[in-house]
Design a protein around this ligand. Structure first.
Ligand SMILES: [Zn+2]
Ligand SMILES: [Zn+2]
Length: 209
């Protein structure tokens, strides 16, 4: 089984100070086989991380966390930046690049919710575990929703700081693309003390400390 953390940030997100090389080092220390780097509205961090990676047995997926009018979408396997915009436009842009779309933290508290029923049929997967969730029920609700709709689930730490890397991960056999297509992914993670990390991000973003 491979283990990928499918939601990570670097200093290309204003709420993070994580350097790509540190992110890589931490991910390997944690025993991960790959990560998706998903900075807010840019693939810069992902490209930079990919350049740092010299290990053929470790995969860096170029991703982005894109803001839409319906909440945030994770896009995996991108070639170009996708600009924030209307939900349907963003989904179309992801498809055009043959990327995978994942609805991020659909039931999260404290950020705009994107659990609107009509959205799920347009996406490839649901983030069933986000380690920055403040409450357990947010992730449980996402997992129940995925089951109900027969959609695959992904998990990611949503790490913005080095100590968060690998706090959640997706397990699968073969390639991630196939695992998602065949709905054969498992998710693991813990969201203990997530509020501290969330607070730290706010301080970083607004006060730059
Ligand atoms: Zn952030
Ligand atoms: Zn995020």
């Amino acid at each position: 089984m491979k283990k990928y953390d499918l939601h990570t940030h670097t200093y290309h997100s204003r709420c993070s100070n994580l350097r790509p090389e540190t992110l890589l080092k931490k991910a390997k220390e944690k025993g991960l086989d790959g990560i998706a780097v998903t900075d807010h509205n840019t693939i810069k961090g992902a490209l930079e991380t990919k350049r740092w990676n010299k290990d053929k047995n470790f995969e860096v997926i170029v991703g982005e966390e894109i803001m839409t009018d319906k909440g945030e979408i994770l896009a995996l396997y991108l070639k170009k930046d996708i600009r924030p915009g209307k939900f349907h436009k963003v989904i179309k842009d992801i498809k055009r690049q043959k990327g995978i779309s994942v609805i991020a933290h659909p039931f999260a508290t404290g950020i705009r919710k994107n659990a609107d029923q009509g959205l799920f049929k347009h996406i490839d997967a649901i983030e069933g575990f986000n380690a920055r969730s403040l409450f357990k029920f947010e992730n449980i609700k996402a997992q129940i929703k995925a089951k109900e709709l027969d959609l695959p689930v992904t998990a990611g730490s949503d790490s913005h700081f080095s100590s968060e890397v690998g706090r959640a991960y997706t397990e699968f056999d073969g390639t991630l693309r196939n695992a998602i297509k065949n709905k054969k992914t498992n998710i693991k993670g813990n969201n203990l003390f997530s509020f501290i990390y969330r607070l730290r991000s706010s301080l970083k973003k607004y006060l730059d400390i």
